[in-house]
Design a protein around this ligand. Structure first.
Ligand SMILES: Nc1ccn([C@@H]2O[C@H](COP(=O)(O)O)[C@@H](O)[C@H]2O)c(=O)n1
Ligand SMILES: C[C@@]1(CO)OP(=O)(O)OP(=O)(O)OC[C@H]1O
Length: 162
């Protein structure tokens, strides 16, 4: 049986922070704000997989109130999500995503992101889709106040786990 899930996340730009997306640090004048490394793409993908698994969202597994996870790499979050999938006898078939950002350019880094996300999820990079678009300068993304990401995931469940 296959199941799908959807994820969405937004992070604000912040001075003095790294810009980490899909586990890759992209050189940029501003980074993203968060309790974690603020990897908006990995968070959307994590929620998509958790949704497909019928599990609670990222904030349940990694509460923003937990001081011990301050600055956590979101690749660790994806590794945990993959572990949850394995524990339920589920295979992650593929994930697809879109980053919505005026800057920086995502495309030059997409191959590296696919490698890192794939490794964290335990799937081949060719099962990780990463696309990007600007918001044509409209809204909070257009004003460069923040970055959004959306993702979908497809998983298959072994018959015993259905
Ligand atoms: N942050 C971004 C935004 C866009 N791209 C790439 O540019 C293409 C054109 O984007 P438009 O919003 O102008 O249609 C888009 O298809 C992406 O390939 C990007 O890399 N990073
Ligand atoms: C992983 C967490 C932990 O605080 O990361 P944040 O950086 O707070 O990011 P957000 O996407 O707002 O919520 C997810 C959180 O659970």
């Amino acid at each position: 049986m296959t199941r799908v899930g959807i994820g969405y996340d937004v992070h604000q730009y912040a001075e003095g922070r790294a810009f980490i997306l899909g586990g890759v640090e992209i050189p940029h004048a501003k980074g993203l704000k968060g309790h974690s490394d603020a990897d908006v793409l990995s968070h959307a993908i994590a929620d998509a997989v958790l949704g497909a698994l019928g599990e609670p969202d990222i904030g349940y597994w990694f509460p923003p109130s937990d001081a011990s996870i301050e600055g956590i790499s979101s690749l660790k979050i994806l590794e945990k999500v993959a572990e949850i999938a394995r524990s339920k006898g589920a295979s992650i078939e593929n994930v697809d995503s879109t980053v919505i950002a005026e800057a920086p350019k995502v495309k030059p880094h997409a191959a590296a992101m696919k490698e890192r996300i794939g490794a964290a999820l335990g799937i081949s990079p060719d099962r990780v889709g990463i696309k990007a678009t600007t918001n044509e300068r409209l809204g909070f993304v257009g004003r460069e106040e923040g970055v959004a990401a959306m993702a979908v995931a497809c998983i298959s469940l072994a018959p015993a786990a259905e």
